[in-house]
Write a protein that binds this ligand. Sequence first.
Ligand code: ADP
Ligand code: MG
Length: 626
Amino acid sequence: MALLQIAEPGQSPVPHQTKRAVGIDLGTTNSLVATVRGGRSEVLSDAEGQAMLPSVVNYSSADGARVGAVAQALSSEHPADTLVSVKRFMGRGRADAQQEAERAHYQLADNEEGMVSFVTTQGTVSPVQASAEILSVLETRAREALGGEIEGAVITVPAYFDDAQRQATKDAATLAGLPVMRLLNEPTAAAVAYGLDSGEEGVIAVYDLGGGTFDISILKLHRGVFEVLATGGDTALGGDDLDAAVAGWALEQRPCAPLSGGQHRALRSMARKAKEALSTGNSVDLPIAEIVADAQSLTLSRVDFEALIQPLVKRTLRACRRCLRDAGIAAVDNVVMVGGSTRVPLVRAAVADFFERKPLTDIDPDRVVAMGAAIQADILVGNRPEGDLLLLDVIPLSLGLETMGGLVEKIVPRNTTIPVTRAQEFTTFKDGQTALAVHIVQGERELVSDSRSLARFELRGIPPMVAGAARIMVTFQVDADGLLNVSAQEAATGAESSVTVKPSFGLNDEQITQMLQASFSHAADDKNARQLAEQRLDAEQLLDGLEAALAADGSELLSQPECEALHRLMKELREQAASESIDDIRKLTEQLGRASEAFAARRMDKSIKQALSGVSLEALDQEVSE
Ligand code: ADP
Ligand code: MG
């Protein structure tokens, strides 16, 4: 695939006037904001010197939302009013998110678009609103640190985020009053922070083990441009699971009556502290008595901890193996470690062992994504005189539209680098057709019924013409943030119609993987289904045309037996078309085509005669002699 470098508009006309630009890592567990100052990327801290803002929003007070550590402190007391991990719900439909919400003890509300929102004491709150609260705290922090309004922000998202999830992230930024220049894939941001973009070529694995998710991405650097070769991971595996393993172990050692919701959260947070301490220490004490009266303290050694989490670490490596296979890569040049959980020494050792390469860990794994985003923001806002790199991402699933017979025509194939514009010409199916139904679908399968429907719109005002004569240009445009705009334009009149796709809910990486796997395992079936649909379409087109012709000229140009013979064959083909046999439909279609040839010839004669009937003899003579 050709990678095109694209000039970015809005370079600063005054080279030395720096604009206020920030990079934001809007994380599932923690969020950060960074900026480039004096040529160096640095994370901005709050008044207490804390850089990491826990991605927690509390809605138990009428005075407004509380964000970060203060919200976290309220979570035991107000579990249902304290939203954690809202990123998991971004751009997802209610049905889609039900299980996740139950696990987190949230109560979901219904809203018009079928999107998720949570019921809190202060009313219903959407994941976009909660994320906007987090962004707004970071925006204030940046504004105060930089002494003025932020002129441009880059916000990072997981590489597998789909249109709906990306759009939701943008919406949250808009709500928070942040001017977003670009959404950037998290692994790409991490690679940029390590300056890996300054190399010429190379393959980079980004291993990101955060609080609740594990992402592995394989990036390819080619002439200063990153391409995502493959992504994988597990949306339900992260530091939280390490905490759960420790908490489970504690309960096994000290059996007690079932814990309340608050006690449970308290035990989890104790387990988390213990886990983090074990990244540097060799053993840690768990003062269980603080949670369950009369329970004795416990001590957990590093060795026992490693035995507890070994299965979880192995699961991440299995995902790495799959991802390498998807990318068609045997070895990588660099491994970048991202996410707080990569501080666990066992994780580092296992990753080094797996990739046979010492992973890059010099930059704080919590901060590396925000720092990379800040570098990109600095470039995009125009603070660097040299154009510098522009990072291009790819779309995870093919985009296409529905054609006659319920078939998918792929317009932008999966893994195409974005931004991208692709156009293709289509035409009408029926004589006199004046409108076109455009149905946009996503996925790798051949049939619309097996694909994911993204949007529909209609193009009206096509002048009536015979089937196949109209020319309609359909253009798919995916912008740098992965958002899709589709437009259709009729050539003769210029009539135009378009839609920006905002699907009602998103797909997670697991579903994308499933859709891809389904397309591989159904490849043969799909080919068959496509041929069948096409054959049926041929039959239908012939039958329709013949029907109209018989109604117009049948009684005049055909004898009774001829007419009956044609009708018999037509009936037979109509029945056969409902069958699954491609060959039989093809044979009958051909037979009917031959049987109607004489009729077609007579109609041709008739229409020529008609055309000539008004022409004078002299004119005809002239034409003939010419
Ligand atoms: P996210 O990307 O999901 O927002 P982070 O990258 O901030 O998450 O990682 C948060 C996770 O990292 C938490 O589970 C936290 O306990 C874990 N973590 C932070 N510091 C350490 C440490 N020193 N040792 C082990 N785990 C840590
Ligand atoms: Mg993260």
